[in-house]
Design a protein around this ligand. Structure first.
Ligand code: FES
Length: 109
C-alpha cells in the first residue's frame, strides 16, 4: 500500500507541508483550526510555487495561506486570494480524505 500523502499527527508540530502526488504534481497541505485542506502548489497569477523561504505555506498568524514571493494571502477553506496581485482568483484545490487512523490521502473520485 502506498504511503499516505500526510498523517494528521504531522500537523501537531507544523501546520503546513508540501507533498508530491503520484502523478508528480506538487501540492501543499495546511491545517487551520483543525481542518486540513490541500491545493496545487501554483499561484493563479504567475504559476510559481507559493512556498515561503522557510518552506511553510501559512503567514505567521497561521490563519491564511501566503505567497512567499509577493505576500498575497489566500483563504485556507476555498483557496480564494483575498489580498495581493491575484485577488479574487483561486488556488486549485485538491480533495482529501482522512481515515480513522489519521492517514490523509486524495479523495477517491
Ligand atoms: S506568484 Fe502570485 S501572488 Fe505571488
Amino acid at each position: 500500500m502506498p504511503a499516505p500523502l500526510a498523517r494528521l499527527e504531522q500537523f501537531a508540530t507544523r501546520s503546513s507541508r508540501g507533498a508530491t502526488l503520484a502523478d508528480g504534481r506538487k501540492v501543499f497541505l495546511v491545517c487551520v483550526h483543525g481542518k486540513v485542506s490541500a491545493f496545487i502548489n501554483r499561484c493563479p497569477h504567475q504559476g510559481v510555487p507559493l512556498n515561503l523561504p522557510d518552506g511553510d505555506f501559512l503567514e505567521p498568524g497561521g490563519e491564511l495561506i501566503q505567497c512567499g514571493m509577493h505576500g498575497a494571502l489566500f483563504l485556507p477553506e476555498s483557496g480564494e486570494c483575498v489580498f495581493g496581485p491575484c485577488q479574487g482568483r483561486f488556488l486549485e484545490s485538491v480533495a482529501l480524505s482522512i481515515d480513522a487512523e489519521g492517514n490523509i490521502d486524495l479523495a477517491s473520485e
